[in-house]
Every structure is written in structure tokens, then in C-alpha cells.
Design a protein around this ligand. Structure first.
Ligand SMILES: Cc1ncc(COP(=O)(O)O)c(C=O)c1O
Length: 360
């Protein structure tokens, strides 16, 4: 039996054990082809069918309307920070952004660098990114409204998405992709690097409403052009074939575990257990405001910040890996993505209680 730790890494992150076992079983011989998925032509019917099946399962989980394309791109979510303004800017209109921390800032900076018109219409910078701004004054004249659905570093998440009217709503869902039910028809575009909630790094899922493809000009670099990727079924050039395969397995794992509602229920139970533990004691200081707390990345400090290093070390010693906060904010962060089990969170909570008894 392989050694398996309880992995709270923020991304790349833990994957469902069943998915890893399927990969292991199929590695040498994928579906009686006598080769692994990594050795197969992306132009083969077998791979083409896999791409179609992966698009379909992504649509099915969230009942996406039929006028949405599912694309598999490369360049990570960071590539999308550029792809969004390149593809979706409109002459005479401004791209609007809500700033909820580091990842929004990077998206904004990339837009500025490309000389595309933009405006930050709300920000939680003043309170140290502890919350999602309440008032979002969207203009009906905007090219789009861009939000970061979940801030991986600060541990904040939009509880309710903003109403953007006619303005296409765009969300970076890298760290909370398919962690809960939402109405896909409210979005013009969703993107997510797969490496937290959907698969390995190196493949980026993009869901885009058909009418927005008419905005994509031929002058955009081909690998970032949504229209070309949609026309070519994500295979203008060689895609991340292995990555798409794993995304397929992870999405089917969601279906087998009660679909999106089953996954959401489990995520809410895990997060509730951890937040209850944090709230029950002054020893721990949760970072995010209650109404903005993330189901995926739970962040906190210790009342005595000097103990944080010991917390991380002692956690590691009992097989709880990756609980150190992001280098830019410090403290503790537990990423409890879809694949983290309830028992994994229980083990963390037990450890936290013992740690408090010992050091409190
Ligand atoms: C919310 C969010 N957006 C964007 C990124 C950057 O993703 P990538 O490394 O795939 O470019 C991350 C990575 O952690 C993230 O958490």
C-alpha cells in the first residue's frame, strides 16, 4: 500500500484516490489501445471521443445551457488574465473588475499591460481582503464584469454572484470550480486552471457563451483565441492530452458522488466543521469575514503568531501536509477542495484541539 498523507496543498492539490487508481490501472493500456493516453495521437478517434465526453460531463454536472462551449486551453489561469481582455474587449467600452486580492490584481495588471480599457469598480483592499465587496456598481456600458470567484490566498468566496444585467459576467473559478451549484446561464465566461479542483496542472477549463465568440478578432494570438479553439474542438494545436483525461475522470467522480449537490453537501459539512473549530476558541483567529468565508481555502492566524511555525511543523509530523499560509499573508491555510475527505478535515480538527491543549 502506498504512503498517502492528508494533503491540504493549495494547488496542485489532492486528487480523489479512485481517480489516481484508475490512472494507475489504465496507464500502460488505455481502453485496449495497447498504449497510454500520453502516447496517443490527439487526432485519433479515441482521443477525440474523450474530449467530447469531457465537454459533455462538464455540461451535464451543471446543466449548462446548450449555447455554451467548453474549451481546454493551456497557459493556466494566468493565460486567461490576458485572453479575456484580448478576446472580449469592445471598442468604446471598458472592462470592469472587482478586486478581491492577489489574483484579481494580476488579472487587472495584465489588462493594463495590454492597453485595454479597464476600471476597478469595487475592492476589498481597505480591509485587508477579508471580505467580498457588498456594493457592485456594474455599468450597463461595460464590455464585461470580471470577478475572482474564490480568493485562494485570503480564503474568501462570493456567497452570491453579482447581477450584471446585460454585461457578460466573467469569473476566475480556479480555486472553486464545481464546488457548489450555481446558475451557469448567468455567466458569459468561466475559466479555471484545473490543478485545484478539477485535475492536474497544465490544462485550463474555459466555458464560454456562444454569442461572445463574435468578439474574438483574428489578430489575437491563435492559442488564446476562443473562437478558433471552439471551432477546432480545443485541438488547433496539441492539447494537454493527459490533463484532459484526468479532468474527465475527476468530473465523472463528481457524478458518482452525488453530482454537484452531493459534492456541495460534503463541502459544506467539511467547511462547517473547520470553521466551528476556529470560532470556538480565541487561540485561533479566522481571517475572512463570516459572510465571505470560502468553502475551499480556510485561512487563519494563531493568536500567538510565534506559534505558527510550530503548528505547521507539528501538523506535518502527524501527516497533515501543506497547511502553511501563502507566503504573502502568512498564517495557516487549509485547502479543502472537493477531493479532501471529511475524515481528512476531522483529523485536522483533532490535531488543532490537541495543539491548543498543548500550547494554549
Ligand atoms: C484564483 C486563482 N486564479 C489564478 C491562479 C493562477 O493560476 P495558474 O497558475 O494556473 O496560472 C490561481 C493559482 O493559484 C488562483 O488560485
Amino acid at each position: 500500500m502506498a504512503k498517502r498523507v492528508i494533503n491540504f496543498n493549495a494547488g496542485p492539490a489532492t486528487l480523489p484516490l479512485e481517480v489516481l487508481q484508475t490512472i494507475q490501472n489504465e496507464l500502460l493500456d488505455y481502453h485496449d489501445e495497447g498504449m497510454s493516453i500520453m502516447e496517443m495521437s490527439h487526432r485519433s478517434k479515441t482521443f477525440d471521443d474523450l474530449v467530447s465526453a469531457t465537454e459533455d460531463v462538464i455540461r451535464k454536472i451543471m446543466d449548462l445551457p446548450s449555447d455554451y462551449h467548453v474549451l481546454f486551453m493551456q497557459g493556466g489561469a494566468t493565460g486567461q488574465f490576458a485572453a479575456v481582455p484580448l478576446n472580449l474587449s469592445v471598442e468604446g467600452k471598458v472592462g470592469e473588475y472587482v478586486n478581491t486580492g492577489a489574483w484579481s490584481v494580476k488579472a487587472i495588471k495584465e489588462t493594463a499591460k495590454l492597453n485595454k480599457p479597464y476600471r476597478v469598480i469595487a475592492s476589498s483592499e481597505e480591509n485587508g481582503f477579508k471580505s467580498i465587496p457588498a456594493d457592485i456598481p456594474v455599468s450597463s456600458e461595460a464590455a464585461y464584469l470580471h470577478i475572482t470567484s474564490n480568493n485562494t490566498i485570503y480564503g474568501t468566496q462570493w456567497a452570491r454572484y453579482p447581477e450584471s444585467g446585460e454585461t457578460p459576467l466573467i469569473a476566475d473559478m480556479s480555486s472553486d470550480f464545481y464546488c457548489r451549484r450555481f446558475d451557469g446561464s448567468k455567466f458569459g465566461l468561466i475559466y479555471a486552471g484545473a490543478q485545484k479542483n478539477a485535475g492536474p496542472s497544465g490544462v485550463t477549463i474555459v466555458i464560454i457563451r456562444d454569442d461572445l465568440l463574435s468578439r474574438c478578432s483574428d489578430t489575437i494570438p491563435t492559442v488564446l483565441n476562443y473562437k478558433i479553439l471552439a471551432e477546432k474542438h480545443s485541438m488547433y494545436n496539441t492539447p494537454n492530452t493527459f490533463g484532459i483525461y484526468v479532468v474527465n475522470l475527476v468530473m465523472n467522480w463528481i457524478l458518482k458522488n452525488g453530482g454537484i449537490d452531493g459534492i456541495e453537501k460534503m463541502n459544506r459539512e467539511k467547511a462547517a466543521l473547520l470553521y466551528e473549530t476556529l470560532d470556538a476558541s480565541d487561540f485561533y483567529r479566522p481571517h475572512a469575514d463570516k459572510d465571505s468565508r470560502s468553502l475551499m481555502n480556510v485561512t487563519w492566524r494563531l493568536a500567538d503568531a510565534g506559534l505558527e511555525k510550530t503548528f505547521v511543523e507539528e501538523a506535518l509530523a502527524v501527516g497533515l501536509v501543506g497547511v502553511k499560509g501563502h507566503r504573502s499573508v502568512g498564517g495557516i491555510r487549509a485547502s479543502i477542495y472537493n477531493a479532501m475527505t471529511f475524515d481528512g478535515v476531522k483529523a485536522l480538527v483533532e490535531f488543532m484541539k490537541n495543539f491548543e491543549e498543548k500550547h494554549g
